[in-house]
Each structure stands twice: as structure tokens, then as C-alpha cells.
Design a protein. Structure first.
Length: 291
């Protein structure tokens, strides 16, 4: 074989090798793109099924593992812009569930307050029976002491406050860099819920105990929920925010009751009812560390 023929043959082999490598690279790129598409589809399914933690892991995997493989291609730029939309879709889903949870909690606040007040009334009857066992001795036992005594005989009642939607939403918003925005919106939502149940100056104008009693149930449930939030979420729901709401509540109660004092003194039945409810309400809130 002549030197020219050998050279041509070698050049042909090199060209075939380059073609082969290009084909191999194209196959690998198509495979990577195919895997990306399958992963994107899986992400969509997870969000639809409300499996937000899994969807977040898929999203992080796309960023860390798949995007570098295709970032130099047009498909990579498309994927990069799609990831932003996927983050928005994930936040919309988890925030929507959080909003539904808040609405449910708003509706169950009253029931939580009723259970807490009934439980405390039961404990108060126990305290009275303790005092009645020694009729000749006037009791000066603090409710705090009674709380300690009750710990040996009564388990703390669990009010069924489901916190998973809140923690799920907090975690995902934090991972996606939106914690401050989420916290701001959440505080505004809770303020709005509080405004709907706060004491109204005309609440005792009808001289019936019903509206006043219902309002105390709502407030007790609301502040039990707030206690659960700031004790179970580090640096999210600041105690100072809750204390500000509580101070507002005490001011509103004073504005409600102060003008009615003389009228209450002339109606012993209503006076006893108001006093009894306030006493029970106070013990509950003290138990949850409200001043």
C-alpha cells in the first residue's frame, strides 16, 4: 500500500472516530435530556399529590446533578428558566395548603377554647374540694401550687393542634429563600384572625353572658395556638409578637368591662358569671405563660 493510500486510510479512520465520538456525545446528551424530562414529570406528580418534601428533593437534584450536564446547550438554558417556574409552583402548592390549614385552625380555635375552659373549670372544682376538706382553715393556696399538685393526678390534655402543614411550609419557603416573606405573610394572617375575635366594647350591652363567653373561648383557643407556635418554631414566631397581641387583649378587656362595672354590681347573677369566666380564662392563660 502506497504512502498516500495509507495516509488517506488513517484520515478516514480519524474522521470515523470523530463521528463516533460526536454520536456518543449526542446520545449521552439526549439521555441526559430524557432523564431531565422524566425528573420534571416526577416533580409535577409529587406536587400534584402534595408530596412537597419529595418535590423539593427532586428540585434540588435537578439543580445540583442534571443542570450541570446540559447547561452548555440550549436545553440547559430552558431548564434553568423552568426551575424558577418549578420553585414558584412548589411554593404555590405548599402555601395553599398552609392557608387551608390556617382557615381550619381559625374554625377550630373556638373548640380548643371550649375544651380548655371546661378542663380548667374541672380543675377549679377539684381545688374547691381540697379547700372544703379543711373547713376551719382559710386557704391561701396559689393556683400555681394547684397546677403543680394537679400534675400528679391529671395528664396535660392534647388539643389536637396539627402543626405539619405549618412546618412543611416553613421548611420549603426557607429552603427556597423566602422565609422572611413567609413570616411576614403569616404574621399578617394571624393578626387578621385575631382582629375577628378581639373583645368588642358593646359585647355586654345586651346583658347576656353568651357573646362574652364565646369571645373568651375564641381568645383562649387563639393564644393556646400562639403558644404552640412560638414554643415549637425556633426564631419564627417571636414571643414579643405574641406578647403584643396579649397586651392588646388585656387593654380591650379593660375597655369592655370598665364602663360596665356599676351595671354588673346591680346584676349579681351576671356579675358572678362574668367573674367566673374571667377567673377560669386567667388561669388558662397563666398556665401557658401569659402575664
Amino acid at each position: 500500500m502506497s504512502g498516500k493510500a495509507l495516509y488517506d486510510k488513517r484520515a478516514e479512520l480519524l474522521e470515523l472516530r470523530r463521528t463516533y465520538l460526536n454520536v456518543e456525545m449526542a446520545i449521552q446528551t439526549i439521555k441526559a435530556c430524557s432523564e431531565v424530562m422524566e425528573t420534571v414529570q416526577e416533580f409535577t406528580e409529587q406536587v400534584t399529590d402534595k408530596k412537597y418534601y419529595h418535590a423539593l428533593k427532586i428540585l434540588e437534584n435537578l439543580k445540583m446533578h442534571y443542570l450541570p450536564k446540559v447547561k452548555d446547550y440550549g436545553f440547559g438554558k430552558l431548564l434553568e428558566s423552568s426551575i424558577i417556574d418549578m420553585e414558584s409552583k412548589l411554593r404555590e402548592g405548599v402555601n395553599s395548603d398552609k392557608n387551608k390549614w390556617l382557615q381550619e385552625m381559625n374554625h377550630s380555635t373556638h373548640e380548643i377554647g371550649v375544651m380548655a375552659m371546661r378542663r380548667m373549670e374541672k380543675r377549679q372544682r377539684v381545688w374547691v374540694s381540697r379547700g372544703g376538706a379543711v373547713p376551719d382553715v382559710q386557704r391561701h393556696v396559689s393556683p400555681v401550687v394547684d397546677f403543680v399538685l394537679d400534675e400528679e393526678s391529671e395528664d396535660q390534655e392534647y388539643y389536637g393542634i396539627e402543626m405539619r402543614p405549618f412546618f412543611q411550609c416553613l421548611h420549603i419557603n426557607t429552603k427556597l429563600g423566602h422565609q422572611a416573606e413567609f413570616r411576614r405573610e403569616f404574621i399578617n394572617d394571624r393578626q387578621g384572625q385575631y382582629d375577628n375575635i378581639r373583645p368588642k366594647p358593646d359585647m355586654l350591652d345586651s346583658w347576656t353572658i353568651g357573646p362574652f363567653e364565646s369571645m373568651l373561648y375564641d381568645l383562649a383557643g387563639f393564644f393556646i395556638m400562639e403558644h404552640r407556635l412560638y414554643t415549637s418554631s425556633q426564631d419564627f414566631r417571636a414571643k414579643s409578637d405574641v406578647d403584643a397581641l396579649w397586651e392588646q387583649t388585656t387593654e380591650d378587656l379593660l375597655k369592655l368591662l370598665a364602663p360596665k362595672v356599676q351595671h354588673l354590681r346591680r346584676d349579681e347573677r351576671l356579675q358572678r358569671s362574668v367573674y367566673g369566666l374571667l377567673e377560669t380564662f386567667t388561669y388558662i392563660l397563666e398556665e401557658y405563660a401569659y402575664d
